[in-house]
Structures are given as C-alpha cells and as structure tokens.
Design a protein. Structure first.
Length: 463
C-alpha cells in the first residue's frame, strides 16, 4: 500500500512543478514593466521616440532570452519531467484499491454485504473508509472482518478456518462422573465437509476423528484415535483421570490438520476409591493415626482417644452429591466404647479448624449426626462439636468386623443418611456449605482400629 509520506511527497512535487513553470515563464506584465522603466529614463537631446520604443523592445526581448537561457537548460527540464510524471502517476497509477488474499485461495468475496463477483486473490476498488469484508469458501467457516481502506493501494490477508464441530456433549459446565460412561456428541455433518489439506491442496472428506482430553489448555490424555465420524462416541471415563474443572474435549483429524476444535468446558468430578491397588494417593491424613492402604482396604489405627480424619484433597463446589463408604470397627481396647465411625462433609482440608457435618454410627448401633464449628480434630482443644441427632437403628450391623455401608446424600442444605440402604435420618441445616469429603472416627479406647473398603463420590443433579 502506498504510504502517506509518499503521497505527500508526490503532491509536493506537483505543487513545486506548477510554481516552477510559473516562475520560468515570462509574462506580458514583466515586459510592460520593463517598457515603463525604459520610458522613465532620460535620454540625451535629439534622441527620437521611435528610437526609444525600439530600444525598449530590444531590451525586453534580450531579457526574456537571458531568462530562458539561464533557467531552461536544467530547471525547466527537471520540473517538466516531474510535472508530467506526477500527473501520470497520480491519475493513472495511484488509485484506491484493496488486494484481497485468502488462505487457501478461491473464496467468494463480499464487500459491505454485496457479492463482488470475484474470488480470492482479487483486486477490489473501494472508497476510502471502513468496509466489511466476508470470505466464503465451501468446507470452511465464513470469515467476516472490518477493514479500513486508505487512499492508494491496500491489501489484506484473510486466513480461513475449517470451523467448529459443534460439540453438543459434554455440555458447558456439565459434571462428568469418573468411572462411568460419558456420551460425546458432535456435529458429524460439519466434520464431513471437505477439508483442504494444506500440504497437498486436495479436498478430502473427514471420515475419522481423534478425541483427546484437555484441562486448562493442557493435554491430559488421549481418549480415542481413528473414531468413525458418526457424531457419537461412548467414553468410559477411567478412574485414573484426575478430577478437575475446565476440562475440554478436543476433536481433530490427522488427515486434515485444520479440522480441529475444542468443546465447551466441563467438570470431571467424582471418584471410586476401592483401594484395590493398595494406594491412597489423593488422601490427606492427620498424625493421630496410622493410615495404611493394604489388602484392598484403607485401615486406620489410633493409639489414643482423639479423633482421626482422612481428607480427600479436592474442592467440590457443587451442592448436590452422594458420598458412600463401606466401613467397619475392627478393634477397640483399653477404654470405653461409644465412639462414632462417620462420613464428614467439611468446609476445608484442615485438620485443626474445620466446620461441617459428620454422620455415622457407633459400635453399639447408635446413629449420630454432629455439626463441627471450627473444631480442631487433631487436639480437640478448640472449636465445638454439636450433636444434632442421636438414636438407635436396627439398620446397623453391630459389633466388630461387621461391614456397614454408609451413604450421605446432599442436596443443598438437606442431608440424608442411609445405612445399608435404609434411610435413618434427614438433616436440614444451612449453616455451612461443605466442599470436602472426609472419613474418620472418634477413638473409643487406648487402641482403635477401623477399616474402609471403598469410598465413592457421585455428583447429582440438584433438585
């Protein structure tokens, strides 16, 4: 595009050329002035008027000849060339045009909503100012943008994109459960449109796609490769997938690198911790007990009478979910019974200052619900535990080494406690909004041993 400085330079040359022509051209007024000057001159006696006029004319002609002789050999030639060249350039070359290029080429170009009748690359003649351009090419998303055209030659490059595949599920902000089936849906017709291979520049239909899992723009894992472009894939979310927010599915095609897109962000939540691998990688444990994952169980042994907690280190911002755990008392000695084996929903991952709700049962079959108010579970020296409910239930398998499945279903401020599939108590309390899942117990003697067979967290739709 012709720069503004060059245009100003050309305009200046035209003005100088025009002024130069004026300066080097003699005018009748100059001759007349010379004649008047000659008339004021006093000649000697006997000098005739005719002789005076003849002398003035000769003097004027001589002056003109001197001017031409002095200027035209160099100044007239230069100014003449500049004038002619400037006029030719300004009127024949310096036009307001817009060169439109697209990658790939061959796109239909629309200017200000009207079909230009041309395909890229092409040259459009537009007026100075803002214009709206749109490039349309089969197999690519329409590309529309604003461009400001200046006086002279303008150009613009428009990259074309294959477009998105309109991933319908997982939907935005959806909660996808780990270790369950997740249906991935996308617009297969959009994927089937011809995609231009940048290397070969040949059209090829997209028949297979690759699916990948991303989180916060970083690749987490490959879901599947070479999946038929049917628009549907049933993804069995593995337990090894880390929980997290802002997860996305990326669909791509190796045959057409430009044919790729990300779906909306969703949440990958929930877990099934069965301890079959004898590992408890995401659990935080307090120093009051020895927590060990072995034999497909998670065992805690406490030598004192305090509380013990294991906290699953993940923040749950949802208000509707289910926590289920299979647990049992294995040993208590040297003290009194009456402690509680429980699931707790707490407000943080702190052992020394935590608030929330603990729901569970005792060795003797008593069902208890507590509210923790900034309680220190490590030393029991600060905060408070308030009993919200206490009562016996025949649903509890009492005594040692008897397994009980405890389930807590949260829906907003409503908490339902199930033991072995029986609803034993419902609590409604909005004091706290729990965000962390915990398992634990209150010691009953000098030595207490408990076992947890599994812990499952499922995200529920809120009702």
């Amino acid at each position: 595009m012709v720069s503004e400085n060059l245009r100003r330079t050309l305009t200046g040359l035209l003005i100088i050329s025009f002024v130069g022509w004026i300066l080097v051209s003699p005018f009748p007024a100059q001759a007349e002035g010379n004649d008047r000057d000659a008339g004021d001159h006093h000649e000697p006696a006997g000098f005739k008027a005719d002789d005076h006029e003849t002398a003035a004319v000769e003097k004027s002609a001589e002056t003109k000849a001197q001017v031409r002789k002095k200027h035209f050999p160099w100044l007239g030639a230069i100014l003449g060339v500049a004038l002619v060249g400037g006029l030719v350039y300004y009127f024949l070359i310096l036009k307001t045009t817009l060169q439109v290029n697209t990658e790939p080429a061959g796109a239909r170009i629309y200017a200000d909503g009207k079909d230009s009748g041309q395909v890229s690359p092409c040259l459009l003649k537009l007026s100075v100012g803002a214009h709206t351009l749109k490039a349309v090419l089969e197999g690519y998303a329409d590309s529309e943008l604003e461009v400001v055209v200046k006086n002279g030659k303008n150009s613009i490059d428009i990259p074309l994109d294959i477009g998105t595949f309109a991933i319908a599920s997982p939907a935005a902000n959806a909660c996808v459960q780990r270790e369950t089936a997740c249906l991935i849906n996308w617009d297969s017709t959009a994927m089937a449109r011809p995609a231009v291979l940048h290397a070969a520049r040949s059209a090829q239909a997209v028949t297979q796609v690759d699916l990948e899992l991303y989180q916060n723009e970083d690749k987490v894992s490959t879901i599947a490769r070479g999946v038929p472009n049917s628009g549907t894939y049933n993804w069995n979310v593995p337990a090894t997938s880390s929980e997290g927010h802002n997860c996305k599915i990326r669909i791509s095609c190796s045959e057409a690198p430009v044919a790729s897109t990300f779906g909306p962000g969703f949440n990958l939540l929930g877990f099934k911790e069965d301890f079959t691998d004898n590992r408890a990688d995401f659990w935080l444990t307090d120093p009051n007990s020895d927590w060990t994952a072995a034999g497909g169980q998670y065992t805690a042994a406490n030598q004192g009478q305090g509380f013990s907690l294991a906290i699953y280190d993940f923040f749950y911002g949802e208000s509707a979910y289910t926590v289920e755990s299979r647990m049992r008392w294995s040993e208590t000695s040297g003290g009194q019974n009456g402690g509680t084996l429980f699931i707790m929903l707490g407000s943080s991952n702190s052992f020394t200052n935590n608030s929330g709700y603990a729901l569970g049962y005792s060795l003797e079959g008593m069902v208890s619900v507590f509210r923790s108010d900034n309680f220190d579970f490590q030393s029991a020296q600060s905060g408070q535990l308030t009993t919200l409910y206490s009562g016996s239930s025949g649903a509890v398998n009492q005594g040692f080494n008897n397994w009980n499945t405890v389930k807590v279903v949260r829906n907003g401020s409503r908490y339902a406690l199930f033991i072995n599939g029986t609803l034993v108590h419902t609590l409604i309390d909005s004091t706290y909004n729990p965000t962390h899942v915990m398992i634990g117990f209150g010691g009953t003697g000098a030595r207490t041993v408990v076992d947890f067979d599994h812990v499952h967290v499922t995200i529920n739709p809120e009702s």
